[in-house]
Design a protein. Structure first.
Length: 94
Protein backbone atom coordinates (compact mmCIF):
# COMPACT_ATOMS: atom_id res chain seq x y z
CA UNK A 1 0.00 0.00 0.00
CA UNK A 2 1.38 3.41 -0.99
CA UNK A 3 1.94 6.14 1.59
CA UNK A 4 -0.94 8.24 0.20
CA UNK A 5 -3.29 5.26 0.35
CA UNK A 6 -2.30 4.54 3.96
CA UNK A 7 -2.77 8.19 4.92
CA UNK A 8 -6.16 8.32 3.18
CA UNK A 9 -7.28 5.12 4.91
CA UNK A 10 -6.19 6.55 8.27
CA UNK A 11 -8.07 9.81 7.63
CA UNK A 12 -11.21 7.89 6.64
CA UNK A 13 -10.95 5.78 9.82
CA UNK A 14 -10.68 8.94 11.95
CA UNK A 15 -13.64 10.48 10.10
CA UNK A 16 -15.72 7.38 10.74
CA UNK A 17 -15.16 7.78 14.49
CA UNK A 18 -15.48 11.58 14.75
CA UNK A 19 -19.12 12.25 13.98
CA UNK A 20 -22.39 12.11 15.88
CA UNK A 21 -24.41 11.67 12.69
CA UNK A 22 -23.78 10.65 9.10
CA UNK A 23 -26.09 10.70 6.12
CA UNK A 24 -25.78 9.45 2.57
CA UNK A 25 -25.85 12.00 -0.23
CA UNK A 26 -25.90 11.43 -3.97
CA UNK A 27 -22.11 11.18 -4.33
CA UNK A 28 -20.98 9.89 -0.95
CA UNK A 29 -21.41 10.43 2.77
CA UNK A 30 -22.09 13.55 4.84
CA UNK A 31 -20.56 13.66 8.32
CA UNK A 32 -21.87 15.88 11.12
CA UNK A 33 -20.89 16.50 14.71
CA UNK A 34 -24.00 18.03 16.24
CA UNK A 35 -22.14 19.29 19.33
CA UNK A 36 -19.73 21.32 17.16
CA UNK A 37 -21.62 22.50 14.07
CA UNK A 38 -19.15 25.33 13.33
CA UNK A 39 -16.12 23.00 13.13
CA UNK A 40 -15.33 22.48 9.48
CA UNK A 41 -13.26 19.35 10.06
CA UNK A 42 -16.18 17.66 11.84
CA UNK A 43 -18.97 18.62 9.41
CA UNK A 44 -18.32 17.88 5.76
CA UNK A 45 -19.22 15.94 2.64
CA UNK A 46 -16.98 13.11 1.47
CA UNK A 47 -17.05 12.53 -2.29
CA UNK A 48 -16.98 8.76 -2.75
CA UNK A 49 -18.64 8.25 -6.13
CA UNK A 50 -16.81 10.34 -8.70
CA UNK A 51 -18.91 11.15 -11.74
CA UNK A 52 -17.13 13.05 -14.53
CA UNK A 53 -20.47 14.49 -15.65
CA UNK A 54 -21.19 16.19 -12.30
CA UNK A 55 -20.24 19.86 -12.19
CA UNK A 56 -19.01 21.96 -9.30
CA UNK A 57 -22.31 23.85 -9.39
CA UNK A 58 -24.28 20.60 -9.01
CA UNK A 59 -22.13 19.56 -6.06
CA UNK A 60 -22.59 23.00 -4.47
CA UNK A 61 -26.38 22.72 -4.84
CA UNK A 62 -26.33 19.27 -3.27
CA UNK A 63 -24.10 20.55 -0.45
CA UNK A 64 -26.62 23.31 0.23
CA UNK A 65 -29.39 20.72 0.52
CA UNK A 66 -27.45 18.36 2.77
CA UNK A 67 -25.59 20.95 4.86
CA UNK A 68 -28.19 23.70 4.74
CA UNK A 69 -28.31 24.23 8.49
CA UNK A 70 -24.57 24.96 8.70
CA UNK A 71 -22.77 28.20 7.87
CA UNK A 72 -19.99 26.46 5.95
CA UNK A 73 -19.51 23.89 3.21
CA UNK A 74 -16.59 21.47 3.10
CA UNK A 75 -15.93 18.72 0.57
CA UNK A 76 -13.29 15.97 0.83
CA UNK A 77 -12.13 14.70 -2.58
CA UNK A 78 -9.39 12.06 -2.61
CA UNK A 79 -9.05 11.58 -6.35
CA UNK A 80 -6.54 14.16 -7.61
CA UNK A 81 -7.97 14.34 -11.13
CA UNK A 82 -11.49 14.89 -9.80
CA UNK A 83 -10.25 17.53 -7.36
CA UNK A 84 -8.39 19.34 -10.16
CA UNK A 85 -11.47 19.25 -12.37
CA UNK A 86 -13.82 20.56 -9.67
CA UNK A 87 -11.50 23.11 -8.02
CA UNK A 88 -11.94 26.05 -10.45
CA UNK A 89 -15.73 25.83 -10.34
CA UNK A 90 -15.89 25.44 -6.56
CA UNK A 91 -13.44 28.30 -6.06
CA UNK A 92 -15.52 30.54 -8.33
CA UNK A 93 -18.62 29.72 -6.26
CA UNK A 94 -16.84 30.72 -3.06
Amino acid sequence: MKTFDRAAAFRRAVEERSYTRKEPWSLGTAFFHDDFPAKWVLNFLRLEHEDPKVSAAEIAREADKVMGGLRHRMLHVEDAATAARLWPGLEALG
